[in-house]
Design a protein around this ligand. Structure first.
Ligand SMILES: [Fe+2]
Length: 183
């Protein structure tokens, strides 16, 4: 289940409370099951996946992609697989751990592991949301946010795209305050 941390150090796991705190950002957060297919679970338990295995995972979850295609026009999807054995993992992640925006919605379906999204709310307050396996999140275009992994440094996430241009992070220069509270 997702965990929301506020700047005063309080933590919330109740989905209604989380939804209420995120409402000013129009962030969508849903629980999506990966089902009980044994082969899929075996693949998700692996650290890394080759291209065929990635495609197998994506195909088995394509009912969600089809829904998104029909309702919101998403056109492509891929699977990102991160684990501590990846060389330069920290360098890769350092692109996203400063406050930035994108020219496209950031849409992720976490299917293994977890990651932390930080957000700047319209009133300037900052929150951190730990998104875990079987959770879908849609961060609207232009939302000031950042992303990093928990100490396990492990995540598998399906990314959905409406185009290919929106992926360069645009840094806003806003300073992150929540880490100081969370430390
Ligand atoms: Fe981002």
């Amino acid at each position: 289940m997702a965990i929301l941390k506020l700047e005063d150090g309080s933590q919330h796991t109740d989905l209604n409370k989380i939804t209420q705190e995120l409402a000013p950002l129009n962030i969508q957060l849903n629980r999506w099951t990966v089902g009980d297919d044994g082969q899929l679970h075996q693949l998700l338990a692996q650290d890394s996946l080759n291209e065929d295995e990635k495609e197998q995972v994506l195909t088995s979850l394509d009912s969600y992609f089809k829904q998104l295609q029909q309702t919101t026009g998403y056109q492509t999807r891929d699977l990102i697989v991160l684990h501590p054995g990846i060389p330069n993992l920290d360098v890769m992640l350092s692109k996203f751990d400063k406050i930035h925006t994108h020219a496209e919605n950031e849409v992720r379906y976490i299917i293994d592991g977890e990651g932390i999204f930080g957000f700047v709310r319209p009133d300037g307050s900052q929150v951190e949301l730990t998104v875990q396996s079987e959770e879908y999140i849609n961060v609207p275009v232009g939302t000031e946010h950042w992303f990093y992994l928990t100490p396990a440094k492990r995540i598998k996430a399906v990314r959905y795209f409406t185009g290919t241009e929106g992926w360069t992070p645009e840094y806003t220069g806003t300073e992150i305050r929540t880490n100081k509270v969370a430390a």
